[in-house]
Design a binder for this molecule. Structure first.
Ligand SMILES: [Zn+2]
Length: 346
């Protein structure tokens, strides 16, 4: 026994115990640090989720009715969600607001916003029902009529869309272009008339009103290029340059092309004819000179600008996807590298 006590008193034993203690403290302190970090992370996430997660319908109603935030603040919050593309949250806020605005005058405004949100989110039937509900209460609401017209058009319900034009005209809105547009789209998409009847009616409509040139010539060139060239309006050559540019060679009428400066330049730039030495359009001028120099590495692509809201799109449109203006398209040429010719060149 005396021997064992002597060993415990050995200085080496003390050093070992000291290091073991340090090790235990280090392990414990590491574990505690990690545990605290996890705990903080959890609390932080829970706190942050309050800002990402919208309260459920019941919570939302009680939050709004408690008047913690003004109606304006809720509308601002909903419009922020809309701008971020989160229509579901915006719709929930509008619905909850409408619940407490039963007799209030501002309910009308919230209904309009709800209808617009449904439309943007693609719930066209729900959007239509909301606008019809508004018009039932206040038939002379131009915003609701304009939105309803748009919804009917998207639903391809052209008869009802045309009916909406009547009250809009009574309110002093200029709906002539809308009427021509809806009639043309209805004719093109409908199956009441044969292809030939559609083409003849569209040419007749264009000759009478000189409107919707992009829509009408796009349809004519797609279905009967001969008929399109025979009723060609030279004043619209630049406006429909992209439609002409993408035509196949067998769809071209070289006699008609030779009669017009812009057409000569456009198709010389494309390399189909050689009837121009230069062009006042920069992109065409560069291409013509490259063709004459025997270079084939360039081409033209198009992008599309809305004359009204000035937004640019990579695709053509008949009603601006952003501001919904009819026939506001302007094409813009972009000089590009001709990748196809480059791929095949050695
Ligand atoms: Zn626009």
């Amino acid at each position: 026994m005396t021997g064992v006590f002597i060993e415990f008193r050995d200085p080496l034993f003390g050093v070992i115990v000291f290091f073991v203690l340090i090790f235990i403290v280090a392990i414990f302190s590491y574990w505690w640090g990690r545990y605290k970090l996890k705990l903080e992370d959890k609390t932080l996430n829970r706190f942050a989720s309050q800002f990402h997660k919208l309260p459920n319908e019941k919570e939302l109603k009680s939050l709004i009715s408690e008047a913690g935030l003004s109606e304006k603040s809720w509308l601002l919050l909903a419009s922020t969600y809309e701008k971020e593309g989160d229509f579901e949250k915006a719709i929930e806020i509008y619905q909850a607001l409408m619940e407490i605005q039963k007799e209030s005058a501002s309910r009308h405004e919230t209904m309009l916003l709800l209808g617009q949100s449904y439309f943007k989110a693609g719930f066209l039937e729900r959007s239509r029902d909301i606008f019809l509900q508004i018009l039932k209460i206040s038939p002379r609401t131009p915003q609701a009529l304009e939105q309803l017209l748009l919804v009917y058009e998207y639903l391809q319900d052209y008869d009802n869309a045309l009916e909406v034009l009547q009250p809009l005209q009574e309110l002093g809105e200029d709906a002539k272009k809308d009427k021509l547009y809806l009639k043309a789209v209805s004719l093109i998409r409908g199956n009441k008339f044969s292809q030939n009847e559609k083409l003849i009616t569209l040419i007749d409509e264009y000759n009478r009103h000189k409107k919707l040139s992009y829509l009408i010539y796009e349809y004519l060139f797609r279905h009967d290029s001969k008929m399109a060239w025979s009723s060609f309006d030279f004043t619209q050559s630049e406006r429909i340059a992209d439609i002409l540019w993408y035509l196949n060679e067998d769809e071209l009428d070289l006699d008609i092309i030779a009669q017009n400066d812009f057409l000569r330049e456009l198709f010389t730039a494309k390399g189909v004819v050689d009837l121009a030495d230069e062009s006042s359009v920069f992109e065409l001028d560069v291409l013509i000179k490259l063709r004459h120099a025997g270079e084939k590495g360039a081409n033209i692509q198009f992008e599309y600008l809305c004359d009204n809201c000035k937004q640019v799109f990579p695709f053509s449109f008949h009603r601006c996807p952003s501001c919904h203006t009819i026939d506001s398209i302007t094409n813009e040429m972009i000089l590009t590298k001709d990748t196809i010719e480059e791929n095949y060149s050695f």
